[in-house]
Design a protein around this ligand. Structure first.
Ligand code: SF4
Length: 283
């Protein structure tokens, strides 16, 4: 069994080992966060839109997008339905109307999974990279002396606030891990990632450099080594605590903290007994 690794997991551990323990090792439910219903509905509508089954070169129409939205937004309140309809109308005008011909995406709401073996001082550790993408498209292939290399463009819809200066650590990890997973799944290189901020009507795009793959491997290995050695899951408090779903259990936030559910306490013991040094079997 290999250790599941995603950019979110890597980041959670880097941000706060204790939060990682609560979420992934003890699998605590955590304090429920507000569910962004409008965002979920927008994702669903675009997912259906880009799975358009037609074959016409001009692609799906505005009316089809409106139909997708009507289905996806059926449970929303009227003001949110209206807001979503406006957001999608702007999206259509900017991203669909100007297209010169329609090309079916390579994947919509695709799940990415790829094995990755990293070798360190403790031997070989087997990982499974996991992730998902909202949409994957072909870019023009790159020509070289040895032939043409397929290049892909990964698109993610963002329904929160626009961040012009994204967390560079988070971005590097995401790009590097996506690159590895996409090469494994599609035998192509990931050349570009775009974050489409739907409400703000802005797109931030990032070129992916080949060097990010090796950097991401090194970071993954470092993380696995740290996880294997993690004994006390130290609290790393900071501004991120304000949005931590587990803060009621955390001694750094609440004194005394809420007692952990019994099941979780059992998990703590078995966790420390189940860490082999040559391969990670935590999950
Ligand atoms: S409240 Fe802060 S220190 Fe405590 S687990 Fe959450 S992120 Fe870590």
């Amino acid at each position: 069994m290999s250790y599941l690794l995603s950019a979110t997991r890597l980041l959670t551990f880097t941000t706060c080992p204790r939060a990682y323990q609560f979420r992934y090792e003890l699998k605590l439910p955590g304090r429920p966060l507000r569910t962004p219903q409008l965002g979920l509905a927008l994702h669903r509508a675009l997912q259906q839109f880009y799975r358009w089954p037609g074959a016409a070169a001009e692609g799906p129409s505005r009316a089809f997008l409106q139909t997708c939205w009507a289905g996806a937004s059926a449970r929303l309140e009227a003001p949110e339905q209206q807001r979503g309809a406006e957001i999608l109308e702007r999206y259509f005008q900017r991203h669909v109307s100007p297209l010169q011909g329609w090309r079916q995406p390579l994947a919509v709401e695709g799940r990415l999974k790829a094995p990755l073996a990293v070798e360190g001082e403790r031997g070989i550790v087997e990982l499974t990279i996991i992730g998902r993408c909202d949409r994957l498209e072909y870019l023009e292939p790159e020509s070289s002396a040895t032939g043409q290399t397929a290049r892909l463009h990964l698109i993610e819809y963002k329904t929160g606030q626009l961040h012009r200066s994204p967390d560079t650590l988070k971005l590097d990890l995401q790009l590097g891990l996506y690159q590895i997973a996409i090469r494994h799944r599609y035998q192509a290189s990931l050349a570009k990632v775009s974050h489409v901020y739907l409400a703000a009507d802005e797109v931030l795009s990032y070129a992916v450099a080949p060097a990010q793959e090796s950097a991401s491997r090194a970071h993954a290995l470092e993380l696995v080594e740290q996880l294997l050695e993690a004994k006390d899951w130290a609290c790393k408090s900071g501004p991120h605590c304000r949005t931590c779903a587990y803060r009621s259990y955390c001694p750094a936030w609440q004194d005394p903290p809420t007692a952990l559910p019994t099941q979780a306490l059992i998990g703590v013991k078995s966790l420390q007994l189940s860490l082999p040094l040559s391969s990670a079997t935590i999950n």
